[in-house]
Write a protein that binds this ligand. Structure first.
Ligand code: NAD
Length: 266
């Protein structure tokens, strides 16, 4: 397997958290680009729905139910990919759990669950993917970080710490396995219009219009926009991009966080 052949078109890609939002959109775009897919989700019905949609569109997809906090889930994802498609060329660590409480209200159990799913799930996914990609002579991994891993957001200390860990893990994996033809990158999305974000936006004072007014591009991102970026990072078009943190947030992170009057948002 080589970059020239690409890890997307004609490849086989595992996507975790593929039953909703960014993961489901990524499945659609990767299928359109010619990849066979293993679609993981903790919710078996959602995994099945995503796989059915790909099959109905003429693509190839297998649903696998499981919690990314468990090593067995990653073994099942990899085994299904090799058994169904005979190869494993790409892996997207997308599943996460945000939790959401002030630091002093976060008990050990909540902290550990966020780390186990969001950082631990990405670690186990990378370990599983790398083991197979090394024997195949190459591959591409995309981890999903977050703007919350780059800057602080009140109520997201556990999630932010886990996502900062995802960024560090991405860089470590990229450097450790680059010489073996494996690329590991991460995408740091800003606020994306998915079921996962809906409650957060609804709870915002002034609701969605007030939330969007503070984004330089004046709108939430779309899951498809993240999916296109993930597909790019998996593909041969990104053949010299390794260990990168690609920020896709409508300009939020680029803006200086200086005080500004409420009626003007930038
Ligand atoms: N939506 C955003 O604004 C946003 C912003 C930054 C980063 N992200 C990141 O993007 C990724 C996808 O987010 P989304 O908004 O599409 O989420 P979502 O809630 O719409 O979908 C997440 C999917 O993951 C599955 N899942 C949850 N816990 C799991 C577990 N333990 N094991 C396996 N599957 C599990 C859910 O069932 C669901 O189908 C996450 O890593 C998230 O942290 C999202």
């Amino acid at each position: 397997m080589s970059d020239a052949a690409g890890f997307l078109a004609g490849g086989a890609v595992v996507i975790t958290g593929a039953g909703s939002g960014i993961g489901r959109a990524t499945a659609r775009v990767c299928a359109r680009e010619g990849a066979a897919l293993v679609l993981g989700d903790i919710d078996p019905a959602l995994a099945r729905e995503s796989a059915d949609a790909i099959l109905e569109g003429g693509g190839r997809a297998v649903p696998i139910a499981g919690d990314v906090a468990e090593a067995e889930t990653h073994a099942a994802l990899a085994d299904a990919c090799l058994a169904e498609f005979g190869k494993l060329s790409g892996w997207v660590n997308n599943a996460a759990f945000a939790g959401g409480s002030a630091l002093t209200d976060t008990d050990d159990e909540a902290w550990q669950r966020v780390q186990a799913v969001t950082l631990g799930g990405t670690f186990r996914g990378c370990r599983s993917a790398l083991a197979h990609m090394r024997t195949q002579g190459g591959g591409a991994i995309v981890n999903i970080a977050s703007g919350a891993g780059l800057g602080a957001e009140p109520g997201l200390s556990a999630y932010g710490a886990a996502k900062a860990g995802v960024i560090a893990l991405t860089r470590s994996a990229a450097v450790e396995y680059a010489a073996e033809g494996i690329r590991v990158n991460c995408l740091a999305p800003g606020p994306i219009d998915t079921p996962g974000l809906a409650g957060w936006v609804e709870a915002f004072p002034g609701g969605r219009p007030a939330f969007e007014a503070q984004i330089p591009q004046r709108r939430l991102g779309r899951p498809e926009e993240m999916a296109e970026t993930i597909a790019f990072l998996l593909s041969g078009r990104a053949s010299y991009i390794n260990g990168a943190v690609l920020v896709a947030d409508g300009g939020i992170h680029a803006r200086l966080a200086s005080p500004r009057p409420p009626e003007t948002s930038d």
